[in-house]
Every structure is written in structure tokens, then in C-alpha cells.
Design a protein around this ligand. Structure first.
Ligand SMILES: [Mg+2]
Length: 84
């Protein structure tokens, strides 16, 4: 996949996620939990694909979700409450 395609998909997912879930957690642990949840879904999609129960498209979708949430984490890092 071309990097331009990857970045376009990730940017689109950030936009979609921010509309669906406008509130981003202020706590680092909860923020990382969101990333980890998506990474877990990516792993599940990879396991499903490996066992011929899932598509490559689903793996890509979950990898895009993971990248989008990692970028959202970085985008909001300055607004994170240091006491939470
Ligand atoms: Mg997902």
C-alpha cells in the first residue's frame, strides 16, 4: 500500500473517530487503553486471517484504527491532565 493511501486512511479515521467520540480521555492510562484496545482488535483480525476466518481488509482496518488512536494520543498530549 502506498504511504499516501495509508496516511489518507489514517487521517480519515481520526476525523471519523473525533466525530463519533469527541471526548478524548484526559488520563494517560485511559488514552493508552484506547490504543491497546485497537491493537488487540488488530491482533484478533490477524489471528482470524491466519486461521482463514477473516479478511486482510479487516486487519488493515484495525491497523488503521490503531494508528489513528496513537496519533490522537500524540495530538492531545499537551492537554493531558498531569494529575490524572
Ligand atoms: Mg477497531
Amino acid at each position: 500500500m502506498k504511504i499516501e493511501t495509508v496516511l489518507a486512511q489514517v487521517m480519515s479515521e481520526i476525523d471519523r473517530a473525533e466525530k463519533i467520540h469527541p471526548v478524548w480521555p484526559r488520563n494517560h492510562i485511559h488514552q493508552c487503553a484506547v490504543i491497546a484496545e485497537e491493537a488487540g482488535e488488530c491482533l484478533q483480525a490477524a489471528l482470524n486471517h491466519d486461521e482463514h476466518k477473516g479478511s486482510k481488509r479487516q486487519m488493515i482496518t484495525e491497523a488503521v484504527h490503531t494508528a489513528a488512536m496513537a496519533i490522537r494520543f500524540l495530538k492531545n498530549i499537551e492537554e493531558t491532565d498531569p494529575n490524572e
